[in-house]
Design a protein around this ligand. Structure first.
Ligand SMILES: Cc1cc2nc3c(=O)[nH]c(=O)nc-3n(C[C@H](O)[C@H](O)[C@H](O)COP(=O)(O)OP(=O)(O)OC[C@H]3O[C@@H](n4cnc5c(N)ncnc54)[C@H](O)[C@@H]3O)c2cc1C
Length: 555
């Protein structure tokens, strides 16, 4: 996560940016964003079409069994004008709001996760998603023409040497009329079906090591799909290893930026944070909701010693925790997306960054609890259950699928680290925020009012913690203290989720109070644990033991 000055300046006014300066800006969330009826209706209409299309064209069990989406899947999307959800009608798209794109993708993922992933990558990370930041001129014309013609797209960044390197090993060498790209990309969703890929590459022969984004036509000679990769989950996903062997890219197909690295281009990072709302948050919500449904069906039918499962306290708590976490994922998504457009995208950038880990970790806990609940029947494959006449719930598949959400788009702990290192730490202020006074909201239940008060106290503590980090350590040393920054990020993100959940509950009235209470109770335990660990991390007593462990594992 590289933070440009413009985007950072704007995002510091957002809820998470403010929170890191020690201010709980309840006013930013209290009027919790809701979709207006027209926008909701527009989204519902497309979602209904998409569901009908998927039911008719994609059998999720066959995708799982055969390991591939049906051959005509993308052509069908194109024919039904369901490929471009976000781009406007002038590009053959539906022009949906960001929240409606996420809802539509979630609906597709709920039916068949890999099928929804194709849409999520295309709409989130594809060339059409990048188009709004391309200045008018031949590059924009080129991209728009291809998207309007129905090109399927994706984002090709990761390489066999890893995704974490600042500069790509793929090299773009300037040649007359354009560039020649040479390198390898792996884990590229839509890589085996894409017409136009957004490819990152380092400009060759340049000491400044400039890293740029190129729009690569996959019909160009030298472009090759090496293989479709097989993952632990997400069976059927067209995710591929690609070879670029001197692929010629015309000059206008490079996104020309003032900044030497594409990540420093204003709005490109916020656009990828938005894309993770589709690729990760929508996926997490789809899986979380399905688990909540499976669990409620299971406890209704299963009895132990004649007593319905729902009668046991441990089971009731487990199911309530799941429902509360699904509510929290949705609250975070609404706080991050409703009312957003390209004009104010950067203001809620840090909220979207936070949403990636919040959603995927909640989803992880939800599938894990559901697995414990359904026990052996959960661990059994859906096909085996179908063969013996048991309800063919694909929970085992969900466990395999959901683990990807903490990796795709960035490994979870690294997201926390960069969020603090590059995004939040620079916002720490030397002077403490003026005392905000008690934060109260009469719409909250007694227990939730206490949670809100606790959040206010924690935000104050976080502001003081950030200032102390900045004053005690120089930045280089702080950047090396990765665990400290990771835990700090986790606390900040948990506080955001609690505030979003409480604000939504306040807006909903009775319907949300219990869910927010259960969520915040557990989140406060996680925050307390993170503070404990931070305190232990401060004295570095563990360092010699860590070094000894590493020595013993490399012997
Ligand atoms: C389902 C799925 C879909 C994906 N889709 C795409 C896609 O469409 N396009 C695309 O380009 N990529 C895609 N990826 C790749 C994904 O973005 C990367 O896997 C992810 O960012 C992690 O990178 P890596 O696996 O290369 O690990 P590496 O970058 O090699 O990292 C290895 C380990 O080192 C850690 N690490 C890295 N840097 C640091 C550091 N500075 N400090 C401490 N630890 C560090 C990482 O967290 C990780 O644990 C996808 C992956 C999956 C699983």
């Amino acid at each position: 996560m590289h933070v440009t000055e413009t985007a950072a300046a704007r995002s510091r006014h957002g809820f998470v940016g403010q929170l890191f300066t020690g201010r709980l800006r309840w006013d930013l969330l209290a009027a919790f964003p809701t979709q207006d009826a027209d926008d909701l209706g527009r989204g519902d209409a497309v979602i209904a079409e998409l569901r009908a299309f998927l039911r008719g064209h994609v059998d999720p069990e066959q995708v799982e069994a055969g390991g591939a989406l049906p051959g005509g899947y993308v052509d069908g999307l194109r024919a039904h004008r369901l490929l471009n959800l976000q781009p406007g009608p002038e590009l053959g798209g539906r022009g949906l709001s960001f929240i409606n794109v996420m809802r539509a993708i979630e609906a597709a993922m709920a039916w068949c996760l890999p099928a929804g992933y194709v849409l999520a990558l295309h709409n989130g990370f594809g060339a059409g998603a990048v188009a709004p930041i391309i200045p008018p001129g031949p590059t924009l014309d080129y991209v728009r023409d291809r998207i309007a013609a129905g090109a399927v797209s994706g984002w090709a960044d990761s390489e066999p040497t890893g995704a974490g390197n600042t500069h790509m090993a793929t090299v773009a060498v300037p040649v007359p009329g354009g560039y020649r790209l040479t390198g390898e990309k792996i884990f590229i969703v839509n890589g085996s079906i894409a017409d136009l890929l957004v490819v990152t590459a380092t400009l060759g022969g340049d000491a400044a090591r400039e890293t740029r984004v190129f729009f690569v036509d996959t019909r160009a000679s030298g472009f090759r799909v090496r293989l479709v990769q097989q993952l632990m989950g997400l069976r059927g996903l067209p995710i591929a290893a690609l070879a670029l062997d001197g692929v010629h890219v015309p000059a206008e197909a490079m996104l020309s930026t003032v900044e030497p690295h594409w990540r420093d281009t204003p709005l490109l990072e916020p656009i990828s944070a938005l894309a993770r709302m589709y690729v990760i948050v929508a996926a997490s919500l789809a899986v979380a909701r399905r688990c909540v449904g499976w669990a409620s069906e299971f406890i209704a039918r299963r009895r132990v010693d004649g007593q319905p499962l729902a009668g046991y306290e441990a089971i009731r708590r487990l199911v309530a925790d799941n429902a509360a976490e699904a509510f929290a994922i949705e609250s975070v998504a609404h706080a991050a997306l409703i009312g957003l457009d390209h004009g104010n995208l950067a203001t809620r950038w840090f909220e979207q960054v936070a949403a990636k880990n919040l959603a995927s970790r909640s989803c992880d806990r939800i599938v894990d609890r559901t697995m414990s609940l359904m026990s052996a029947e959960g661990y059994e494959t859906a096909a085996s259950k179908a063969r013996r006449g048991a309800p063919a719930v694909p929970l085992e598949r969900a466990v395999r699928d959901a683990r990807a959400f903490r990796i795709a788009g960035g490994v979870d702990f690294l997201i926390d680290y960069y969020a603090v290192r590059d995004g939040l730490l620079p916002l720490c202020e030397a002077a403490p925020a003026p005392p905000a006074g008690p934060v109260a909201d009469p719409r909250l239940s007694r227990r939730n009012a206490a949670h809100l008060e606790a959040v206010a106290g924690e935000v104050d503590r976080l502001g003081g913690h950030g200032r102390a980090l900045r004053s005690r350590h120089d930045l280089d040393e702080l950047h090396r203290r990765q665990r400290t920054l990771i835990l700090t990020g986790q606390i900040a993100h948990e506080l955001f989720a609690m505030a979003a959940t409480l604000a939504r509950a306040a807006a909903l009235g009775d319907a949300g109070q219990a869910l927010a209470d259960v969520y915040c109770t557990a989140a406060r335990h996680r925050v307390a644990a993170a503070w404990l660990e931070l305190a232990a991390d401060a004295d570095r007593d563990l360092d010699p033991s860590i070094a000894a462990c590493l020595r013993s594992t490399t012997m």
